[in-house]
Ligand binder design. Structure first.
Ligand SMILES: [Zn+2]
Length: 242
């Protein structure tokens, strides 16, 4: 009975988020919701949510997202570079990597980056039971909450595997990506930059992993190159809801 009630409550929370999103949508002139934005929205937020292109947006926006951290060796180097440039990014953390790196999570939060959930053990959520999936998500949320005082709202499911039929009863918004840099595979700065340059457009969500020196270098080079060209780097929530 108790479990059922909790499930109902979490559904209600998600319904609330959806309602808020649609309220914003219905108050907005449809003309500003560009066609390209809607298809990007489905990739970013899944079915049922739409990305808004703001009327007052004067610069094209992109989001840098980093999975699998925090990494004791490289994440702080990345944070140093982002701070120097005044750029905010989004970090989807692995619960198991937080231990011993709490100071890094605290710093991410203090410096205004978005902190999301990437499960505790890097599990493929559609291959395990719903109970285990919820445990993986909640355990990581709790670790992050203990450090930052805020529950994450956004979730990057490992391998992009998200079970559509259960998503409304997990209190998280899944965030996918539009550009996979394959940084972990090539570990080559130029290759990562080429992949990003080739595919970048307004609303792009770029996937990287902050556990390689080459990724830190490529991410900062990307920031310098695209800032210079007039692009704005934002946290990924800004590409989902205004
Ligand atoms: Zn991952």
């Amino acid at each position: 009975m108790k479990k059922r009630k909790r499930k109902f409550e979490s559904c209600m929370i998600f319904a609330g988020i959806l309602f808020a999103a649609f309220t914003v949508l219905s108050r907005t002139d449809n003309a500003i919701i560009q066609e390209a934005g809607i298809s990007a929205a489905k990739i970013i937020a899944g079915e049922g949510m739409q990305r808004l292109v703001r009327e007052d947006q004067d610069r094209p926006q992109i989001a840098l997202t980093f999975d699998d951290g925090p990494d004791e060796k490289y994440t702080e180097k990345l944070l140093d570079g982002l701070k120097e440039r005044g750029i905010k990014a989004s970090f989807f953390l692995l619960g198991k990597s937080i231990e011993g790196n709490e100071h890094i999570v605290k710093r991410m939060h203090r410096e205004g980056h978005l902190i999301g959930n990437h499960t505790y053990n890097h599990v493929q959520l559609d291959k395990i039971s719903e109970t285990r999936a919820r445990e993986e998500i909640l355990k990581t949320n709790n670790r992050i909450y203990e450090i930052t005082g805020e529950y994450p709202v956004y979730m990057r499911p490992p391998y992009g595997a998200w079970k559509k039929d259960t998503e409304f009863c997990v209190e998280m918004i899944p965030v996918f990506w539009t550009i996979d840099t394959l940084d972990w595979k090539t570990q080559n700065v130029q290759d990562v930059l080429q992949r990003a340059r080739k595919n970048i457009k307004n609303g792009s969500v770029i996937l990287m992993h902050d556990e390689y020196e080459t990724t830190v270098e490529a991410a900062l080079a990307l920031v310098d190159e695209f800032t210079e060209q007039g692009w704005e780097f934002v946290t990924v929530d800004r590409l989902i809801l205004p």
